[in-house]
Design a protein around this ligand. Structure first.
Ligand SMILES: Cc1cc2nc3c(=O)[nH]c(=O)nc-3n(C[C@H](O)[C@H](O)[C@H](O)COP(=O)(O)OP(=O)(O)OC[C@H]3O[C@@H](n4cnc5c(N)ncnc54)[C@H](O)[C@@H]3O)c2cc1C
Length: 262
C-alpha cells in the first residue's frame, strides 16, 4: 500500500522490515521546458524536459517527480534519465483515454512550453551489495528501471542484473534498442521480454511477466527484486516471489503506478 495515499480507520501496529536513514536531499519546484516528445507506442509518449539554464536537481536513479497542475492533484512520473543528466527529466508517460496530463496537457504541449515539477520523491533505488538483481517492469514501469540500469551497469560490472519487461503488445516494449545496447556492453546484464496479448517479437516470450520470473528461478532466496508498474502486477510479484520463491521481504522493492483517480 502507499502510506501517502491511504487513511487508517483504526489504530495500527506497524512492523518495519527495514529502517534506513532518509537523506533529505533538496526537493525543489522548477518550471521545466518541453524539449521534445515522441510517441513510441500506441499509448506511450517519451517526454524530454529541460530545467532552466544552470539548474540541476540531484536525484537517485529510480525516483519520481510530481507534475503540478492548477486545481489538480499532483501526478507522479518516474525519471527515466540517468541521475548524471540532472539538468532535466525524461518521462515515459502512458497516455490514458481521458487523462488530464497524458491526453489533455501533453498532447497539446509544444516545444518550449513549460510545466511545473517538484522532485525528487521515493525510495525505489538500488541497494548496495553483491546479490543478483531481478528487475521487473510492466509497461511504462520501465522508466525508473532505465534510469537505474543506466547508472548501475557501468558502476557494478560484476553484479548480475536480469530485466524482465512485460507489455500487452509487442510495441509496448518500446526501448529494445537501448536494451540491445546494454546486452552488447554488459556481460552480466540479461533480458527477458514478455507479451501477454498477441505474438511476441523474436527472442521474447508469451505470457505474464511475473510468470517468466517464476519459470526461470527455482528460488529467489539470495536475490534482490525491483518491481515497477501496474499495482496488480506489483502485488502478484510480491506475493509470488516472497511466498513461493523465498525472497526475503526486505529484499523486495517496488513502485506501484497507482493512478490518482483510481
Ligand atoms: C510513484 C509513481 C510513479 C509513477 N510513474 C509513472 C511513469 O513513469 N509513467 C506512467 O505512465 N505512469 C506513472 N505513474 C502512474 C501515473 O502517476 C498515473 O497513471 C496518473 O494518474 C497519470 O496522470 P494523468 O493525468 O495522465 O491521468 P489521470 O487524469 O490521472 O487518469 C485518467 C483516467 O484514467 C484512469 N486510469 C488510470 N490508470 C489506468 C489504467 N492503468 N488503466 C485504465 N485506466 C486507468 C483513471 O482512473 C482516470 O479516470 C506513476 C505512479 C506512481 C504512484
Amino acid at each position: 500500500m502507499l502510506l501517502c495515499q491511504v487513511r487508517a480507520d483504526s489504530d495500527l501496529r506497524i512492523a518495519a522490515n527495514r529502517i534506513e536513514p532518509v537523506q533529505k536531499g533538496e526537493r525543489r519546484k522548477v518550471q521545466a521546458r518541453l524539449f521534445r516528445k515522441r510517441l513510441v507506442a500506441d499509448d506511450v509518449c517519451i517526454v524530454d524536459l529541460r530545467f532552466p539554464a544552470g539548474v540541476r536537481i540531484p536525484f537517485k536513479a529510480g525516483q519520481y517527480l510530481h507534475v503540478l497542475m492548477e486545481g489538480e492533484q499532483p501526478r507522479s512520473f518516474s525519471m527515466a534519465n540517468s541521475p548524471k543528466a540532472n539538468d532535466g527529466a525524461q518521462l515515459q508517460v502512458r497516455v490514458l483515454p481521458g487523462s488530464i496530463f497524458g491526453e489533455r496537457i501533453l498532447a497539446t504541449m509544444q516545444a518550449g512550453q513549460t510545466v511545473e515539477l517538484e522532485l525528487p520523491f521515493g525510495d525505489f533505488y538500488l541497494r548496495e551489495g553483491a546479490l543478483p538483481v531481478v528487475l521487473v517492469a510492466g509497461g511504462t514501469g520501465f522508466a525508473p528501471i532505465q534510469s537505474l540500469l543506466e547508472e548501475a551497469l557501468p558502476k557494478y560490472p560484476d553484479r548480475s542484473f536480469t530485466l524482465y519487461w512485460g507489455a500487452r503488445h509487442e510495441n509496448g516494449l518500446y526501448a529494445m534498442e537501448q536494451i540491445q545496447k546494454w546486452q552488447r556492453r554488459h556481460a552480466n546484464f540479461h533480458f527477458v521480454g514478455t507479451v501477454s496479448d498477441g505474438p511476441p517479437p523474436a527472442g521474447c516470450r508469451s505470457g505474464l511477466v511475473h510468470e517468466a520470473v517464476l519459470a526461470d528461478h527455482a528460488n529467489l532466496t539470495d536475490h534482490q527484486a525491483y518491481v515497477c508498474g501496474a499495482p496488480l502486477m506489483v502485488s502478484a510479484c510480491r506475493e509470488a516471489f516472497i511466498q513461493t520463491k523465498g525472497l526475503p521481504a526486505a529484499n523486495f522493492f517496488a513502485d506501484a503506478f497507482v493512478s490518482v483517480n483510481s
